[in-house]
Design a protein around this ligand. Structure first.
Ligand code: NI
Length: 224
Protein backbone atom coordinates (compact mmCIF):
# COMPACT_ATOMS: atom_id res chain seq x y z
CA UNK A 1 0.00 0.00 0.00
CA UNK A 2 2.73 2.41 0.97
CA UNK A 3 4.71 1.42 -2.10
CA UNK A 4 1.69 1.95 -4.33
CA UNK A 5 1.14 5.41 -2.80
CA UNK A 6 4.81 6.21 -3.37
CA UNK A 7 4.61 5.00 -6.96
CA UNK A 8 1.50 7.11 -7.59
CA UNK A 9 3.12 10.13 -6.01
CA UNK A 10 6.31 9.68 -8.08
CA UNK A 11 4.24 9.24 -11.22
CA UNK A 12 2.27 12.43 -10.49
CA UNK A 13 5.48 14.35 -9.84
CA UNK A 14 6.90 13.06 -13.12
CA UNK A 15 3.72 13.89 -15.03
CA UNK A 16 3.48 17.41 -13.63
CA UNK A 17 7.15 18.06 -14.40
CA UNK A 18 6.65 16.80 -17.93
CA UNK A 19 3.51 18.91 -18.30
CA UNK A 20 5.44 22.04 -17.33
CA UNK A 21 8.10 21.46 -19.96
CA UNK A 22 8.88 23.73 -22.89
CA UNK A 23 8.75 21.04 -25.55
CA UNK A 24 9.45 20.61 -29.22
CA UNK A 25 6.31 21.50 -31.18
CA UNK A 26 4.87 23.91 -28.56
CA UNK A 27 3.45 27.22 -29.72
CA UNK A 28 3.77 29.92 -27.05
CA UNK A 29 1.84 33.17 -27.49
CA UNK A 30 2.67 36.06 -25.15
CA UNK A 31 0.80 39.35 -24.94
CA UNK A 32 1.66 42.39 -22.85
CA UNK A 33 3.00 45.90 -22.64
CA UNK A 34 6.10 46.83 -24.64
CA UNK A 35 8.26 49.93 -24.42
CA UNK A 36 10.60 51.04 -27.22
CA UNK A 37 13.24 53.21 -25.55
CA UNK A 38 15.64 54.68 -28.14
CA UNK A 39 19.32 55.10 -27.27
CA UNK A 40 19.44 57.58 -30.13
CA UNK A 41 22.33 59.49 -31.59
CA UNK A 42 22.52 61.27 -34.93
CA UNK A 43 24.82 63.01 -37.33
CA UNK A 44 24.68 66.82 -37.33
CA UNK A 45 21.59 68.29 -38.96
CA UNK A 46 22.43 69.32 -42.52
CA UNK A 47 20.49 72.43 -43.58
CA UNK A 48 20.53 73.01 -47.35
CA UNK A 49 23.84 71.15 -47.67
CA UNK A 50 25.60 72.77 -44.69
CA UNK A 51 26.08 70.93 -41.39
CA UNK A 52 24.84 72.89 -38.36
CA UNK A 53 27.51 72.78 -35.64
CA UNK A 54 26.66 70.94 -32.39
CA UNK A 55 23.18 70.01 -33.67
CA UNK A 56 21.59 66.61 -33.12
CA UNK A 57 18.26 64.78 -33.41
CA UNK A 58 16.77 62.66 -30.64
CA UNK A 59 13.87 60.18 -30.46
CA UNK A 60 11.56 59.76 -27.43
CA UNK A 61 10.27 56.45 -26.02
CA UNK A 62 6.77 54.96 -26.42
CA UNK A 63 4.58 52.20 -24.90
CA UNK A 64 2.36 49.91 -27.00
CA UNK A 65 0.77 46.46 -26.86
CA UNK A 66 3.26 43.75 -27.75
CA UNK A 67 2.57 40.24 -29.00
CA UNK A 68 5.11 37.47 -29.52
CA UNK A 69 4.73 34.03 -31.09
CA UNK A 70 7.31 31.35 -30.29
CA UNK A 71 7.44 27.96 -31.97
CA UNK A 72 9.65 25.38 -30.22
CA UNK A 73 11.86 23.80 -32.90
CA UNK A 74 13.31 21.47 -30.22
CA UNK A 75 13.11 21.32 -26.39
CA UNK A 76 15.82 24.02 -26.21
CA UNK A 77 15.43 26.06 -29.40
CA UNK A 78 12.57 28.44 -30.18
CA UNK A 79 11.79 30.65 -33.15
CA UNK A 80 10.05 33.91 -32.15
CA UNK A 81 8.23 36.62 -34.06
CA UNK A 82 7.59 39.99 -32.36
CA UNK A 83 4.52 41.98 -33.39
CA UNK A 84 2.91 45.06 -31.84
CA UNK A 85 0.49 47.89 -32.28
CA UNK A 86 2.30 50.79 -34.04
CA UNK A 87 4.79 52.68 -31.89
CA UNK A 88 4.58 56.48 -32.07
CA UNK A 89 7.72 58.50 -31.37
CA UNK A 90 8.36 62.19 -30.94
CA UNK A 91 11.51 63.44 -32.69
CA UNK A 92 13.30 66.42 -31.15
CA UNK A 93 16.16 68.45 -32.56
CA UNK A 94 18.92 70.23 -30.68
CA UNK A 95 19.50 73.05 -33.16
CA UNK A 96 23.05 73.72 -31.88
CA UNK A 97 24.70 76.75 -33.51
CA UNK A 98 21.45 77.68 -35.24
CA UNK A 99 20.50 78.99 -31.79
CA UNK A 100 16.86 77.87 -31.53
CA UNK A 101 17.55 75.52 -28.62
CA UNK A 102 15.90 72.10 -28.55
CA UNK A 103 12.64 72.00 -30.53
CA UNK A 104 9.99 69.45 -31.41
CA UNK A 105 10.88 68.49 -34.97
CA UNK A 106 8.38 65.79 -35.86
CA UNK A 107 6.77 62.49 -35.05
CA UNK A 108 6.51 59.11 -36.70
CA UNK A 109 4.83 55.77 -36.26
CA UNK A 110 6.71 52.56 -36.85
CA UNK A 111 6.33 48.81 -36.71
CA UNK A 112 9.39 46.79 -35.69
CA UNK A 113 8.70 43.14 -36.66
CA UNK A 114 11.61 41.02 -35.40
CA UNK A 115 12.35 37.33 -35.96
CA UNK A 116 14.67 35.72 -33.39
CA UNK A 117 16.15 32.33 -32.62
CA UNK A 118 16.13 31.53 -28.88
CA UNK A 119 18.23 29.12 -26.87
CA UNK A 120 16.71 27.85 -23.59
CA UNK A 121 19.63 26.51 -21.48
CA UNK A 122 17.55 25.07 -18.60
CA UNK A 123 16.23 21.51 -18.39
CA UNK A 124 12.86 21.37 -20.17
CA UNK A 125 11.01 20.60 -16.88
CA UNK A 126 12.22 23.75 -15.07
CA UNK A 127 9.60 26.33 -14.06
CA UNK A 128 12.16 29.05 -14.76
CA UNK A 129 13.04 29.25 -18.45
CA UNK A 130 15.57 31.96 -19.22
CA UNK A 131 16.58 32.31 -22.85
CA UNK A 132 19.01 34.15 -25.06
CA UNK A 133 18.47 35.05 -28.67
CA UNK A 134 19.59 36.83 -31.78
CA UNK A 135 17.58 37.87 -34.77
CA UNK A 136 16.75 40.22 -37.58
CA UNK A 137 14.61 43.34 -37.34
CA UNK A 138 12.78 45.15 -40.09
CA UNK A 139 11.44 48.56 -39.12
CA UNK A 140 9.09 50.49 -41.36
CA UNK A 141 8.16 54.11 -40.61
CA UNK A 142 4.85 55.68 -41.59
CA UNK A 143 2.61 58.68 -40.86
CA UNK A 144 5.68 60.86 -40.47
CA UNK A 145 4.80 64.48 -39.64
CA UNK A 146 6.79 67.67 -39.16
CA UNK A 147 5.99 69.22 -35.77
CA UNK A 148 4.21 72.59 -35.72
CA UNK A 149 7.11 74.04 -33.72
CA UNK A 150 9.56 73.41 -36.59
CA UNK A 151 6.93 74.44 -39.16
CA UNK A 152 6.64 77.73 -37.23
CA UNK A 153 10.27 78.40 -38.23
CA UNK A 154 10.47 76.97 -41.77
CA UNK A 155 6.85 76.77 -42.96
CA UNK A 156 4.87 73.67 -43.89
CA UNK A 157 6.98 70.61 -44.48
CA UNK A 158 7.15 66.87 -45.04
CA UNK A 159 9.19 64.27 -43.16
CA UNK A 160 10.44 60.98 -44.59
CA UNK A 161 12.27 58.23 -42.69
CA UNK A 162 13.91 55.31 -44.52
CA UNK A 163 13.10 51.73 -43.53
CA UNK A 164 15.75 49.89 -41.54
CA UNK A 165 17.00 46.30 -41.51
CA UNK A 166 19.35 45.33 -38.67
CA UNK A 167 20.40 42.74 -36.12
CA UNK A 168 18.83 42.32 -32.70
CA UNK A 169 20.05 40.69 -29.49
CA UNK A 170 17.68 39.41 -26.86
CA UNK A 171 17.36 37.96 -23.37
CA UNK A 172 14.17 36.85 -21.69
CA UNK A 173 12.60 34.77 -18.95
CA UNK A 174 9.48 32.64 -18.70
CA UNK A 175 8.14 31.62 -15.28
CA UNK A 176 5.67 28.77 -15.68
CA UNK A 177 2.65 29.00 -13.38
CA UNK A 178 1.02 25.82 -14.65
CA UNK A 179 0.89 23.59 -17.70
CA UNK A 180 -0.23 26.42 -20.00
CA UNK A 181 0.20 29.76 -18.25
CA UNK A 182 3.43 31.70 -17.78
CA UNK A 183 4.71 35.15 -16.89
CA UNK A 184 7.35 36.58 -19.20
CA UNK A 185 9.93 39.34 -19.30
CA UNK A 186 11.64 40.12 -22.62
CA UNK A 187 14.44 42.49 -23.52
CA UNK A 188 15.76 43.29 -27.01
CA UNK A 189 18.53 45.55 -28.21
CA UNK A 190 17.76 46.42 -31.82
CA UNK A 191 20.00 48.08 -34.39
CA UNK A 192 17.66 50.54 -36.15
CA UNK A 193 19.30 53.19 -38.32
CA UNK A 194 17.42 55.60 -40.56
CA UNK A 195 17.89 58.60 -42.76
CA UNK A 196 15.54 61.45 -41.80
CA UNK A 197 14.67 64.05 -44.39
CA UNK A 198 12.62 67.20 -43.69
CA UNK A 199 11.50 69.05 -46.82
CA UNK A 200 10.08 72.57 -46.81
CA UNK A 201 9.17 74.93 -49.64
CA UNK A 202 12.59 76.58 -49.57
CA UNK A 203 14.70 74.44 -47.26
CA UNK A 204 15.77 70.88 -46.69
CA UNK A 205 17.17 69.31 -43.49
CA UNK A 206 18.59 65.82 -43.34
CA UNK A 207 20.33 63.69 -40.72
CA UNK A 208 21.32 60.05 -40.16
CA UNK A 209 19.72 58.79 -36.95
CA UNK A 210 20.82 55.68 -35.04
CA UNK A 211 17.71 54.92 -33.02
CA UNK A 212 19.15 51.66 -31.59
CA UNK A 213 16.43 51.12 -28.96
CA UNK A 214 16.11 48.82 -26.01
CA UNK A 215 12.70 47.17 -26.20
CA UNK A 216 11.20 45.96 -22.91
CA UNK A 217 8.12 43.77 -22.70
CA UNK A 218 6.23 42.33 -19.71
CA UNK A 219 3.62 39.77 -20.70
CA UNK A 220 1.44 36.80 -19.93
CA UNK A 221 2.13 33.72 -22.05
CA UNK A 222 0.02 30.76 -23.03
CA UNK A 223 1.35 27.46 -24.30
CA UNK A 224 -0.68 25.65 -26.96
NI1 NI B 1 22.75 51.48 -35.23
Amino acid sequence: MRLTALAVSLTLTFVSAQALAHQKGDLIIRGGIANVDPDASSSALVLDGTAIGRSEADVEDNFQLGLTFTYMLSDNLGLQVLASTPFKHEITADTGDLGLGTIDAGETKHLPPTVSLHYFPMRPDSRWQPYFGAGINYTTFFQEDVDSELEGVLGRGDLTLDDSIGLSLQAGLDYRINENLMINFDLWYVDIDTDAEFEFANNRIRTDVDIDPFVYMVSIGWRF
